[in-house]
Design a protein around this ligand. Sequence first.
Ligand SMILES: Nc1ncnc2c1ncn2[C@@H]1O[C@H](COP(=O)(O)OP(=O)(O)OP(=O)(O)O)[C@@H](O)[C@H]1O
Ligand SMILES: [Mg+2]
Length: 230
Amino acid sequence: MSKVLLQTKSLSKSYKMGATRLKVLNEIDIAVKYGEFVTIVGASGSGKSTLLHLLGALDKPDSGKVLFQEEDLSKLSSSALNRYRNSKVGFVFQFYHLINELNVLENILMPAMAYCSAIQWLRVGGKYKKKAMELIEKLGLQDRAKHKPYQLSGGERQRVAIGRALINSPALLLADEPTGNLDWSRGQEILSIFSQLHQQGQTIVMVTHDQRVAQKADRSIVLSDGRITE
Ligand SMILES: Nc1ncnc2c1ncn2[C@@H]1O[C@H](COP(=O)(O)OP(=O)(O)OP(=O)(O)O)[C@@H](O)[C@H]1O
Ligand SMILES: [Mg+2]
């Protein structure tokens, strides 16, 4: 049995809406093992994105905790938490969220540059550029390295976003509807990339409506009414 990478304990989250509170997640317990490919499914509004954001420390729970490599995220210092968001996890969103002023290579390098001073970058920049070029090749973007996001198709943009998510070799890849904005065959290309990454040992948690993903993933977590129904 392989080890647990990520775990939640009694994780709850609600949103304040005027005078009332909307309870979105109600004492959620999940565990994801190293190398697993897990999907999160459920109706629109069931809390899938909310859960993914808590796993990636993009938001904080009301109660309960997220443990990553047995460490409680709520106990991390703010710099350790930034390191977690930047290099322990990689995030892929439905709408890419690339930086329009930067080209493909620069977008992919962003998370690597984020923690370097100019002096440090002189030392390690070459190594990261080499890695970024390898990712670009692997993602089939070799003829697009100098393109800006607006000069790319949706599928190409999503491949850039995957490259950006992988530049720091995160232990965990989180994806929120990565095929949600793409047509069938562009979606298929993106799914095969995730599937390939999984075969190479990457741990993945993906929110999706896409029926095809279920065949590629190890298992699904089904959310409804703030709880898991499996
Ligand atoms: N910042 C917020 N303030 C108030 N309510 C919110 C906020 N973010 C999300 N919600 C509500 O919480 C519920 C869960 O939202 P969430 O985005 O997690 O759903 P989802 O399962 O990802 O849905 P979809 O499949 O449509 O993306 C929804 O009812 C939503 O309206
Ligand atoms: Mg969502």
